[in-house]
Structure formats: structure tokens, C-alpha cells
Ligand binder design. Structure first.
Ligand code: CP
Ligand code: NVA
Length: 314
């Protein structure tokens, strides 16, 4: 994945199929190398640093990046909403220009996707999108890695069903799935569909990769024929005041044992976490079909691969 050297990582859309598969291969390799702490660990990012801007909460993204960077021999700085001048006293542009002079990578979790674009425009070092209202590419890498661990490297012909909100996590997952040759079934309630431009792009890519994208407003239709069932919270960060309305409008979208029973035999379940009981039952999330904890662990192996690729080390 030497082609990713010096590049921003904004959405899965920007990756060629080979780059996507290459990042996944590097992630599996990192898991193997860095899980064994009895030997001296390679430090390819010795002397490097990543600043991590978080305008929203995070458990996985923050801890995986900070720990992953330290395993690679570098240093990570956590910059929460009240730690830096950004947003109160300073613009994204000036923040980008300054952080680029200290750090080798700038990772950011923001509300508006336009803020990531602005950051990338003015940063002279590679930027990583750690979640915006439109994209969550790091999550997709972890999800695809979990599917490869379960089904094997070649995911061609498998079917992924998304049941829930047409949100940031879905956007990259659908792009990534068709790049891996998987079919995508999407069920969202009326009014909560995926972004139309990103869906159109996914359909175009699906044609190139000989797979299908099917959308509906019925959860049962989406899971029919699916090997993977995926959901996410119905109420993303920043939408808290819509909680009551959303829970009402997402009725019938809970992933429970009955819904999983309508997918293919052996179907697995994914969720990026954190989760709430309304979108998935305990019975499903703690079942043998659930890959959610390996999926969470993979957030570290995959962000390590992204950072190392941006620094030209893989
Ligand atoms: N899945 C995910 O991005 O989790 P965090 O919000 O805890 O980082
Ligand atoms: N869709 C969720 C994902 C959290 C990791 C959100 O944007 O809050």
C-alpha cells in the first residue's frame, strides 16, 4: 500500500480495491506481530506522532489509536473539546497549519464532514477521518477484517445486510463491501435512507465489481439471503434530542433472534459499538454469531495499518 504514503484517509471511497485489500492484509500482519509481546516489537513509527482531535466522545477510536501508535513506537496526543483552542478561539485552518508543524499525522472526529475537508485542505501532513457525519472509514476496515477472520480472505459473493439508520457507518461499510465483491442489502425506515450521492456511487461500484445493492424499508427483506447482519445506534452523537422520535420511527428494526433466523444459516452479526438495547438484543450481541468484540479489537490493528501506510512504512 505504498500508494497511500503521504495521503489523507477520509473515506473508503478513495481506496482502490487493491489498496483496501492491502490495508487489510497489513492489519492481519500487525495483529500477528504485535500480539506476541515476548519478542522485541518493531518500532516503524519511532519518533512519529499523531494528534487526535475529538469534538465528540470515543472509547474505541481514542484507545485503539493511542495504543496502536505506541506499539508502533510513536506517540499520540488526545485533544478533547476543551483541551485546545479549536472551536472557541481558533479556526480549523489555523489549527491544521499549527498541528502539521508538530505532528506527522492529524486524526480528527468532527460533526460536519466539511470540517474534515477543511482540515485536510490546510494540513501539510496526512489527516485521518475518525468519524464525521458522513463517513467512518476506520470502522469499515475493522468490520471487513472481522469478516475475513471469520469467512476467510476472499469475501466475494457474500451478502451484507444493514438494518437501521442510513448513517456514517453504513456509508463506508457499503462502499467497502462492494469493493470486496460483496452484495449489500439495506433496510432503513422511510426518511432515514443513506445519503443519495454515496448510495449512487456504491451502486456504480457494485456494477464494476459484479455485485448487487438492494434497498428497502423492510428489515426482513434485507436479511433474507444475508451472511452478515449489521446495525448501529439509531441515535448518533449530536442527534440526542431526536431520541424519542427515532425510537418510535425505527420500530421493527431491532436485530433480535427472530430476525437473525431469517438470514442465511451461519450468518454473523456486526455492530461498531457503542450499542443500545433497542437496536439489538442481548441475546444476539452475546451469541456465538456475534463478532462485535473481535470487530472492536480490530480497530487497533487497522488504524495501525493506516498510520504506517501514510508514513510509507507498509
Ligand atoms: N465504533 C467507534 O467508533 O467507537 P467509539 O465511538 O468508542 O470510538
Ligand atoms: N453512528 C454513530 C457511530 C459511533 C461510533 C455516531 O455517529 O454517533
Amino acid at each position: 500500500v505504498s500508494t497511500l504514503k503521504g495521503k489523507h484517509f477520509i473515506s473508503i471511497d478513495q481506496l482502490s480495491n487493491d489498496e483496501l485489500k492491502g490495508l487489510l492484509a497489513a492489519s492481519h500482519q500487525y495483529k500477528e506481530i504485535y500480539s506476541d509481546k515476548s519478542k522485541p516489537l518493531p518500532r516503524p513509527l519511532n519518533g512519529h506522532s499523531v494528534s487526535m482531535i475529538f469534538q465528540k466522545r470515543s472509547t474505541r477510536t481514542r484507545v485503539s489509536t493511542e495504543t496502536g501508535m505506541s506499539l508502533l513506537g510513536g506517540h499520540a496526543l488526545f485533544l478533547g473539546p476543551s483541551d485546545i483552542q479549536l472551536g472557541v478561539n481558533e479556526t480549523m485552518r489555523d489549527t491544521a497549519s499549527v498541528l502539521s508543524r508538530f505532528n506527522d499525522i492529524v486524526l480528527a472526529r468532527v460533526y460536519a464532514h466539511a470540517d474534515i475537508i477543511e482540515l485536510a485542505k490546510y494540513s501539510s501532513v496526512p489527516v485521518i477521518n475518525a468519524l464525521s457525519d458522513l463517513h467512518h472509514p476506520l470502522q469499515t476496515l475493522a468490520d471487513l477484517m472481522a469478516l475475513q477472520q471469520h469467512f476467510g480472505t476472499d469475501l466475494t459473493g457474500k451478502t451484507v445486510a444493514w438494518v437501521g439508520d442510513g448513517n456514517n457507518v453504513l456509508h463506508d461499510l457499503m462502499l467497502g463491501s462492494v469493493k470486496m465483491g460483496m452484495n449489500v442489502h439495506i433496510a432503513t425506515p422511510k426518511g432515514y435512507e443513506a445519503n443519495a450521492d454515496i448510495l449512487a456511487k456504491t451502486i456504480e461500484l457494485a456494477k464494476e465489481n459484479n455485485c448487487q445493492v438492494v434497498t428497502s424499508n423492510v428489515a426482513e427483506e434485507a436479511v433474507k439471503g444475508a451472511d452478515v447482519v449489521v446495525t448501529d445506534t439509531w441515535v448518533s452523537m449530536g442527534q440526542e434530542e431526536e431520541y424519542a422520535k427515532r425510537v418510535k420511527e425505527f420500530e421493527g428494526y431491532q436485530v433480535n433472534t427472530e430476525l437473525m433466523g431469517k438470514a442465511n444459516p451461519g450468518a454473523v452479526f456486526l455492530h461498531c459499538l457503542p450499542r443500545h438495547p433497542e437496536e439489538v438484543t442481548d441475546e444476539v450481541i452475546y451469541s456465538d454469531a456475534s463478532l462485535v468484540f473481535p470487530e472492536a479489537e480490530n480497530r487497533m490493528w487497522t488504524v495501525m495499518a493506516v498510520m504506517a501506510a501514510q508514513m510509507g512504512k507498509v
